[in-house]
Design a protein around this ligand. Structure first.
Ligand code: GLN
Length: 240
């Protein structure tokens, strides 16, 4: 049986809204199917080996933690992340992590560098934080599906012309509160503003990401009643 080899990026710094819950869901859904699950981590100063992992995960974070993380990521992890993404590894980044996947995050007169895996820029513009429940329609193969969660970000993200959003906003603010887009999806590199955490409320997405990372097809688990209830309640919270 294949093993999902996951690397948590900066797990102690990038874990706002208990985003590490996403890892727990990936582990459980692998183990319930008899798949292996191996958890590694890379934080400040740690080198990253592109071939050692199938899935790179990064949660959200506060601006002050993002400063240290942004510089470290460019210095010690940029190349490996590009190599991993190039061979089809999944990169999933939430909120503060998502903002660092692009070219830059501009806040308070400074510009934090991003790793440039996707063509986007994030700017802290004047105006309120974008907070609230959010639902989007996404297409990751197999037809459009709803992803529901919660967003809270000061930064506004703008995708470059050729870049594809993860979804279309059904309810909430999304990338910038203006263009109706949420997140980004380039190959198996996915960024999103949605917490919840994201995967406990959208287990179909957890399964899809495992499939993409391992290049396999999963059978349904059979009993997702609790997980489905969490999804429905997240959708309802967003007004769907
Ligand atoms: N600090 C970033 C912002 O406010 C990201 C916040 C988050 O991860 N929730 O835009």
């Amino acid at each position: 049986m294949p093993t999902l080899r996951l690397c948590a990026l900066y797990p102690e710094l990038m874990n706002i809204y208990a985003d590490r819950g996403n890892i727990a869901v990936l582990r459980a859904r692998c183990e319930w199917r008899g798949l292996g699950f191996e958890l590694g981590a890379a934080s400040l100063d740690d080198p990253l080996e592109a071939d050692r992992h199938d899935f790179f995960y990064m949660g959200g974070g506060q601006d002050r933690d993002q400063v240290a993380v942004a510089h470290d990521m460019v210095a010690t992890k940029r190349e490996a992340l590009h190599a991993a993404a190039g061979r089809g590894a999944v990169v999933l980044a939430v909120c503060g992590g998502y903002q660092l996947l692009g070219h830059s995050y501009e806040l308070g007169g400074q510009e934090l560098p991003g790793v440039g895996l996707v063509d986007l820029r994030t700017v802290r513009e004047p105006g309120p934080r974008l907070i609230g429940n959010c639902a989007i329609e996404a297409e990751l193969g197999g037809g459009p599906r709803v992803i529901a969660g919660f967003e809270n970000h000061g930064g506004r993200t703008y995708l470059g012309d050729g870049e594809r959003p993860l979804g279309r906003v059904l309810s909430g603010h999304g990338n910038n509160g203006r263009d109706g887009f949420e997140g980004v999806q380039r190959g198996n590199v996915i960024g999103t503003y949605l917490h919840g955490p994201l995967l406990p409320k959208n287990v179909w997405l957890a399964d899809r990401l495992i499939e993409l990372a391992l290049g396999i097809e999963l059978e349904p688990l059979g009993d997702d009643a609790l997980e489905d209830a969490a999804h429905v309640s997240a959708r309802r919270a967003a007004g769907l």
